[in-house]
Design a binder for this molecule. Structure first.
Ligand code: GUN
Length: 284
């Protein structure tokens, strides 16, 4: 069994990005990411501070806007509008989930798609669906594909099963695997019998937010497993995979922590650098 070491791969990628950031700075461009957090969800606060910390490691400027829970949708739209027109800002990220009085779809659509480093804007999702290269790809799915490629895993023709059909992970990942010519199934809450899918799969991604959902009797020998889950159970951080037992059957498996999580953040930095490079190209 080989561990898919997201910590190691993301560290190498961040070193490369830091060099690109320094090249951009020599050309008068300081890459800049604006991160907006609304409300005081504890997990979101941690994610946002991890994103800002990672920017610092790569010498990318980050501006964090911490807005109160009672911020109105119009106030948030006004801030996004200002950032859309601010030429010194390359990327805009609104941390999800948002408080229930704010419509996330309206917010996502209000971000200039050229600054949408989350890759959630319908324009960027459309480019991904049509397999038109050059747009921003959602960070967690892009991190998974990057990690698999680093380990030279050929995706062509593989039977892939994704558990979880979210807009953030499952659905864009389906497109990415399809673009790599894999055969893809998505299981979700209404799937009658997940095991019938997973037992046949060459590669399984679990992004369900349910600790230990994928068990050893649900997978075949030699399976490749990626665990997107981050479940805080007491003081423990658990993935969606019963790692101890599934790892005995797997050929490759990502751990939690240290697997997909660090790759997600590295992809956000990669998208921000890409946006800054686009700014340089436009200025020339
Ligand atoms: N909440 C959970 N994952 C994400 C993500 O990738 N981006 C944003 N903006 N919010 C999230």
């Amino acid at each position: 069994m080989t561990l898919l070491d997201g910590k190691k791969v993301s560290t190498k990628l961040k070193d490369e990005l830091k060099q690109e950031v320094n090249e951009l700075k020599k050309n008068g461009i300081e890459p800049c990411l604006a991160v907006i957090l609304v409300g005081d969800d504890k997990a979101s606060k941690t994610y946002v501070s991890n994103k800002a910390k990672a920017c610092k490691e790569c010498e990318i400027k980050s501006i964090v806007y911490e807005l109160g829970h009672d911020t109105t949708q119009n106030e948030l739209l006004a801030l996004i509008n200002t950032l859309n027109y601010d030429d010194s800002v390359d990327g805009i990220l609104v941390q999800l989930p948002l408080p229930s009085h704010i419509n996330k779809d309206i917010i996502i659509q209000s971000i200039n798609s050229n600054k949408d480093v989350d890759g959630f804007h319908p324009t960027n999702i459309g480019f991904l669906s049509a397999n038109i290269k050059g747009s921003f790809l959602p960070c967690t799915p892009a991190g998974i594909i990057y990690l698999l490629k680093e380990y030279k895993i050929n995706l062509k023709g593989l039977d892939v099963v994704i558990i979880g059909a979210s807009n953030i992970v499952g659905k864009p990942l389906l497109m990415m695997f399809l673009n790599e010519e894999a055969t893809v199934s998505i299981c979700h809450l209404q799937t009658k019998d997940i095991k019938t899918y997973t037992q046949k799969a060459d590669l399984i991604v679990v992004a369900a937010g349910c600790a230990n959902l994928l068990k050893a009797d649900m997978v075949k020998e030699g399976v490749i497993v990626l665990d997107v889950g981050i479940n805080k159970i007491g003081s423990k951080l658990l993935g969606d995979v019963d790692f101890e037992n599934v790892s005995k059957k797997a050929s490759f498996i990502s751990p939690v922590p240290g697997g997909v999580g660090p790759m997600t953040i590295a992809m956000l930095l990669k998208n921000t650098v890409k946006a800054a490079k686009n700014r340089l190209k436009a200025a020339k």
